[in-house]
Design a protein around this ligand. Structure first.
Ligand code: NAP
Length: 485
């Protein structure tokens, strides 16, 4: 397949937090892979910044180690590694201090594209934004990239937005939700809006319900004290799952343009009804064998933070009234899998007798991980003589198989998103009003269980979560899809 990737101009990318976990695990290896793909123009610079004192050479050695640790051996080409390392530079800077900023200013070239990645704790966003602006390092064309969590409630998200807005225009701010960078997530838009097939059926008249599942097998491990202040609702539902729900539920934008897409997503969030406590199940994993339970991981033996949540919600508009959206996410579950399943209604009348098959509805499953792809379950005739017997079969498409080599090399979400920043394309980034609207929906739900003092239900590690989550569907005459890889 001939590459139709849009080339970018040379750029200077400054990574604050360049010695941290995210930079070393995702951002820097991702940039290396883009060098390997021939997408980073010559003359571009990647400048690391953090408090640790080191020179550019020591930083290059750190990054060399990160590449060897986090890039698959098949993708390590010594020439490309050297080429990438020569692009790197480093400045020691304390976000709250005065040192290092003049040095940084001298390195950032105003005639290149300028991007500043804030891969640091959100508490430092304001300090960095202010210094970049006030010291004239980031001009009106510069872009800033901020990481999650973007606030922990509406008030803190508003404050963060106001802090950034004091120094940068909304068109310069790229709020990362790495789920939006996943190939399949963008494919959701392609499937819906580049095919005539699904859109006429994409509404409450034909869709029985939607399930969104993000299941992890890991616990909170060493991040217990951080996670305990967050929980599954803040960590997964308010951002990643909400974004997936938006892409499924939104109206067709007039054009694939950043604000057109984000306007439509915002309308979905605003149309979300409040969720009754009856429609929420929260859980906490128990220990198993050598693996600690949540309460040990969190270091608070009385923690009420949920490591699992399942909820039913409704998008109150003409398209979706009557179709429930069931969301669930949790840690230490049976398998690591993320998928969206759209279950269609049964045909209005069956011409076949019940005995002629195990009748099932059509289901469109969009797999985000593992093995990104799509699967449409359809009824067909069971082969062979002896009358008409029906059987459900999958029309299965793995992107890796369908697209051959290009599909096998599905680009990591971070790589795609960083290149979008360089291109100045905000489509896959959350706008400030979207984030605030998502918190405005989330806050009352959390406040509700906090006020009631609700305790999450314990569930066994390696299962599909608390029993009550099964009931959430059963009482509606539906059932969750099995969690499996
Ligand atoms: P981390 O490993 O703790 O790294 C933090 C980085 O910030 C380090 O490079 C640290 O370097 C630097 N830093 C700390 N204080 C600083 C200061 N005063 N001035 C300048 N630099 C300072 O954190 P992380 O996991 O990489 O996460 C970074 C951000 O990404 C956080 O907002 C996190 O929520 C978000 N995030 C991370 C992940 C992930 O998988 N790690 C996923 C999603 C979002 P020095 O100590 O050398 O200054």
């Amino acid at each position: 397949m001939v590459s139709r990737v849009i080339p970018v101009d040379r750029f200077d990318l400054v990574i604050f937090g360049a010695t941290g976990d995210l930079a070393n695990r995702k951002i820097l290896p991702g940039l290396y892979r883009r060098v390997l793909a021939g997408q980073i123009p010559e003359g571009s610079q990647i400048i690391g910044a953090a408090r640790s004192e080191m020179d550019a050479e020591a930083f290059r050695e750190q990054v060399r180690g990160a590449i060897h640790e986090h890039v698959s051996p098949a993708k390590i080409e010594p020439e490309a590694v050297e080429q990438f390392l020569t692009m790197l530079d480093y400045v020691a800077i304390d976000a709250k201090g005065d040192g290092g900023w003049d040095e940084l200013k001298a390195k950032v070239r105003p005639d290149a594209i300028n991007a500043f990645y804030f891969s640091v704790a959100p508490a430092l966003f304001g300090d960095i934004a202010e210094r970049l602006h006030m010291r004239g390092i980031a001009g009106p064309e510069a872009r800033i990239v901020v990481e999650k969590p973007f606030g922990r409630d509406l008030a803190s998200a508003r404050a963060l937005n106001a802090t950034l807005a004091a120094h940068f225009d909304e068109t310069q701010i790229y709020r990362i939700d790495h789920y939006l960078g996943k190939e399949t997530v963008q494919n959701l838009m392609a499937v819906r809006f580049a095919n005539i097939l699904f859109e006429p059926l994409w509404n409450a008249q034909f869709v029985d319900h939607v399930q969104i599942t993000v299941a992890e097998t890991v616990g909170v491990g060493g991040r217990g004290s951080y996670y305990d202040k967050s929980g599954a609702m803040r960590d997964m539902v308010q951002n990643h799952m909400m974004q997936l729900l938006c892409l499924i539920a939104m109206e067709p934008p007039y054009h694939f343009d950043p604000d057109a897409v984000r306007d439509e997503k915002l309308k979905v969030i605003r149309a979300l009804q409040s969720v009754s406590p009856h429609d929420i199940v929260r859980g906490q994993y128990l220990g198993k064998g050598e693996d600690a339970g949540y309460l040990e991981d969190s270091e608070d033996p009385d923690s009420k933070t949920e490591s699992y949540i399942a909820l039913k919600c409704h998008v109150a508009n003409w398209r979706w009234t009557g179709t429930p959206f069931y969301l669930r996410t949790g840690k230490r579950l049976r398998a690591r899998t993320s998928e969206i399943a759209i279950t269609f209604k049964e045909p209005p009348h069956s011409i076949f007798d019940e005995a002629e098959g195990d009748w099932r509805e059509n289901v469109l499953v969009i797999r985000l991980q593992p093995n990104e792809g799509m699967n449409l379950k359809m009824m067909i005739k069971e082969p062979g003589p002896g009358g008409m017997r029906l059987v459900q079969v999958p029309l299965d498409m793995s992107f890796a198989e369908a697209l051959g080599e290009d599909g096998a090399e599905i680009t990591d979400a971070y790589e795609r998103l960083i290149m979008d920043v360089i291109r100045g394309n905000q489509t896959l980034f959350m706008r400030g009003d979207e984030v605030e609207a998502a918190w405005a929906w989330t806050d009352p739900i959390i406040e509700g269980w906090e006020a009631r003092g609700d305790r999450p239900q314990p569930y066994d590690s390696g299962t599909s979560g608390p029993d009550d989550a099964l009931m959430l569907m059963h009482r509606d005459g539906r059932r969750w899809r099995e969690i499996r890889e």
